[in-house]
Design a protein around this ligand. Structure first.
Ligand code: SAM
Ligand code: SF4
Length: 329
């Protein structure tokens, strides 16, 4: 699939639920209204839409949310999509999770073909973790990580950088990741949805994190690309750990964007920072497979060149009303 700007689209993110057991301050408001269940795609519908994307050339699928592991039929869905790994039609099936329920799921997900997963931890300090997540227990996440490692999965930690909250936690985090054999990706906080928090104050360019780490350890920029927006460094001083940086605000990454995002409501967003989307749920419910194919064609043509987020002295602009948990981070 090639979009209107000549970019190959081979990566689909699926948000399988907008619900979550945590309320991270940069992601959700304390009190959230979730979608009525009838508006959420069924397992069957997600699997069918995923099948069509794969048939049209998607090679990598990431399951996300909300917290994907709170969806009851998640294991079944992973197996359903995972069978395309056996035929080679799909090259990678992966997951982004907060890890709180990973201990119960790890073995089954490995059996579905997941080899590498992302787990979000913004601080290793139990109190900071509980503050940022509004009540999360990091001990559960450690149990999940141990289970995933025992099941043979590789782990990458996602850490959202926030001024005044965890901007002095970069060194302990990268040192811990190196000891555990996990990779680490740092993310700039993006202005998505209303969370009841002012993210202009929390924004910190990741160059500052790199400076902090480089005061103690070597960091070499490397050419490695995951097909996503991250830029990478490696540190020989830290067991060759790979450090990724996702910098949507300080360094826009859209030129090589290869992805689309299916929300749990069945809307396909072509860009995290734009409101325009194509309604796959209605297309499928009214016209079946043909509807899905037509919707896919419309989505390809409509994918915008770039997002519009900006941080200026006057604040953040280009803010979208959608929460990351709806679109699938
Ligand atoms: N619940 C899972 C988790 O936390 O990993 C998956 C969904 S979460 C929306 C996916 C990723 O998006 C997480 O790594 C999270 O830290 C990140 N995220 C959420 N809101 C964000 C925001 N406003 N800016 C930057 N990253 C955000
Ligand atoms: Fe839940 Fe993930 Fe959002 Fe945190 S970042 S509130 S864990 S969906």
């Amino acid at each position: 699939m090639i979009d209107g700007f000549g970019r190959r689209i081979d990566y689909l993110r699926i948000s399988v639920t907008d619900r979550c057991d945590l309320r991270c301050r940069y992601c959700m408001a304390e009190k959230m209204t979730f979608l009525p269940r009838k508006d959420v795609l069924t397992l069957e519908e997600i699997a069918i839409i995923a099948d069509r994307f794969i048939a049209r050339g998607v090679k990598k699928i990431r399951l996300s949310g909300g917290e994907p592991l709170v969806r009851r039929d998640f294991g079944e869905l992973a197996h359903r999509i995972g069978r395309h790994l056996h035929s080679g039609a799909l090259e990678e099936l992966t997951l982004t999770t907060n890890g709180t329920r990973l201990a119960q799921h790890a073995e089954n997900l490995a059996a579905a073909g997941m080899k590498r997963i992302n787990v979000s931890i913004d601080s290793l300090d139990p109190e900071t973790y509980a503050y940022v997540t509004r009540g999360g227990d990091i001990a559960k996440v450690h149990e999940g990580l141990a289970a995933a490692t025992a099941a043979g999965m590789r782990i990458k930690i996602n850490m959202v950088a926030m001024k005044g909250l965890n901007d002095d936690h970069f060194l302990p985090m990268i040192e811990w990741c190196a000891r555990q054999g996990h990779d680490l990706t740092l993310i700039e906080t993006m202005p998505l949805g209303d969370t009841g928090e002012d993210r202009t104050d929390r924004y910190i360019p990741l160059g500052e994190a790199v400076d902090q780490i480089e005061q103690r350890y070597s960091l070499e920029p490397i050419a490695y690309r995951s097909g996503g927006p991250a830029r990478y460094y490696e540190s020989a001083d830290l067991q060759g750990i790979r450090l990724g940086l996702i910098t949507p605000l300080s360094d826009n990454f859209c030129a090589g964007c290869n992805r689309m995002r299916l929300t749990c409501e069945g809307k396909v967003f072509m860009c995290l920072g734009h409101e325009n989307h194509v309604d796959f749920k209605t297309a499928y419910r009214e016209r079946g497979m043909q509807g899905v194919d037509e919707a896919l064609d419309r989505a390809l043509v409509a994918k915008p060149l770039a997002h519009d987020f900006r941080i200026t002295p006057d604040g953040v602009s280009g803010v979208t009303q959608r929460h990351m948990s709806v679109t699938g981070g």
